[in-house]
Design a protein around this ligand. Structure first.
Ligand code: FES
Ligand SMILES: [Fe+2]
Length: 486
């Protein structure tokens, strides 16, 4: 996603190139071990180190290892057999975010979550207890609750022959019990599914032998202790069908390499990519700063010289504009203005929040399909899922999150706004300038999906900028190997 306002882009003009190009060490100047090369200019670590309000330890952390450079088969995105293996070998065995706790705040609230052929009921069974059940009758298998989404019930009943269950899943009643002496609570209660919460997100795992959620979360609890998502509300929930395999769609959001061409933006070349383990990766993309020196290997001159002035960089931020004094930077002033202006608007104290957390696009990916952004200006969560059993389409969800005042209870979450595949994100006014950006981000997907079907080769990945994609596929393969007979 490009995080650069149109206002800022409009003031850029093509110009001549000067000396920086000659001083940049290009990847081809001397052979280096694979994966070591980086864009020129200031790194994210350099920028964070010079911020006035220093970044917390998790944002200083940096982890990367070269994971290989072989092409990945295109069939992973297009082949029905691979899709089936993914369904039984991965979706049936990994933790996945089903809903937010605020979707089920009271006893009896429930949420139906669908993934491929599977359907799960997540229910608040007691004030501090959430349970999950297979959404299928223990008589002859009928789906118990209908469409995905929230609802309320004091218990569950099947629409076919009327079997019923208590809210906690225990079998309650079997009409014509005389014919079912072999049916009892122990054998015919609802089938329970592993269910745990993290930072207000409720996760389920369909594997009866699921490991604890914390194994999959890896560094997330440690990192997000600094930016608790539990204390954020859902301001906006958008669902859109995308005409591409769910992996291709989410991979469009795992790198900023596309910014230059897809978004016509100079930002992103010095984005930092981290891989913390098989399930968790991250990028950090600076807002309020960019490195023109990082663009040496990109075609054309227009973004290189002259570099944006600090005043122009400030103009790209959604804060009240003022003239910068000598020595002031857009990043420091922009972060402070955001603290004051967002703080007043939301009644939240941001005085101790770092410049990076105020401004930057910080995106964590949790295998297989969830993204969490702990920043303040850029605060959201994404989820990508296949549409039923269709290898060629997926559902992309955007949850815009907003910090709550201290001690505030979560308001009811908004109803999702659903966009069909042909609709534009710009139809949603609350997305403001991001609507056009999401259209750009998703605008290549149909062509990519079509191209993946006709190509004679696999997909090629950058060693650094696209390493998160490679990590994702390695972990997917690990699931498929471990559960190949499922
Ligand atoms: S299938 Fe559910 S009660 Fe018969
Ligand atoms: Fe993008």
């Amino acid at each position: 996603m490009r995080l650069w306002s149109q206002r800022c882009l409009r003031i850029l003009k093509p110009c001549h190139i000067h000396s920086p190009r000659l001083t940049i060490k290009r990847m081809t100047d001397s052979p280096q071990p694979k994966g070591v090369a980086r864009a020129g200019g200031k790194s994210i670590a350099d920028v964070l180190a010079s911020d006035q309000h220093p970044a917390p330890a998790p944002l200083i952390a940096s982890e990367y290892a070269f994971l290989g450079d072989a092409d990945l088969p295109a069939s992973r995105y297009t082949c029905g057999d691979f899709f089936k293996k993914e369904t039984s070998g991965m979706w049936a065995h990994c933790w996945q975010w089903a809903c937010r706790e605020e979707h089920i705040p009271s006893i009896g609230d429930h949420y139906v979550y669908d993934i491929g052929p599977y359907s799960v009921i997540v229910a608040r069974t007691a004030e501090s207890e959430i349970k999950a059940f297979i959404n299928s009758c223990t008589h002859r298998g009928t789906r118990i609750l209908g469409e995905e989404g929230p609802g309320f019930a004091e218990g569950f009943s099947c629409p076919f022959h009327g079997w019923s269950w208590h809210l906690d899943g225990r079998l309650k009643d079997v009409p014509g019990k005389w014919d079912f002496p072999h049916v009892c609570e122990a054998s015919h209660s609802l089938q329970e599914v592993a269910c745990e919460s993290w930072e207000g997100f409720v996760f389920i795992n369909l594997d009866p032998e699921a490991p604890p959620l914390k194994e999959q979360l890896d560094v997330l609890p440690d990192h997000f202790a600094h930016f608790p998502l539990r204390d954020r509300r859902i301001r906006l929930h958008v669902q859109k069908v995308l005409p591409a395999n769910w992996k291709a769609a989410q991979e469009a959001f795992m790198e900023a390499y596309h910014n230059f061409t897809t978004h016509d933006s100079p930002t992103g070349a010095n984005t930092q990519y981290d891989i913390f383990g098989p399930h968790v990766s991250r990028f950090i993309h600076n807002i309020g700063h960019y490195s023109p020196e990082a663009l040496a290997d990109y075609p054309g001159d227009k973004w290189r010289e002259p570099a944006l002035t600090e005043q122009e960089l400030l103009a790209g931020l959604p804060v009240t504009q003022r003239t910068l004094e000598d020595g002031e930077t857009a990043r420091a002033v922009g972060a402070q203005l955001l603290r004051e202006e967002m703080g007043a608007q939301l009644n939240v104290d941001f005085s101790k929040v770092s410049d990076s957390e105020m401004l930057d696009s910080i995106e964590y990916h949790l295998f297989p399909n969830a993204f969490f952004f702990p920043g303040t200006l850029i605060s959201m969560a994404y989820r990508f899922r296949p549409m039923g059993d269709d290898v060629d389409s997926c559902l992309f969800e955007i949850l815009m999150l907003e910090p709550l005042p201290e001690g505030a209870t979560h308001p009811d979450p908004p109803e999702p706004i659903y966009l069909r595949v042909e609709q534009s994100y710009t139809e949603i006014e609350e997305l403001a300038w991001l609507g056009a950006v999401y259209d750009q981000d998703t605008g290549n997907l149909q062509r990519q999906q079509q191209g993946l079907k006709t190509t004679r080769k696999g997909i090629t990945l950058g060693n650094y900028q696209e390493a998160r994609i490679r990590r994702f596929h390695l972990t997917l393969d690990d699931y498929l190997t471990r559960h190949s007979t499922s």
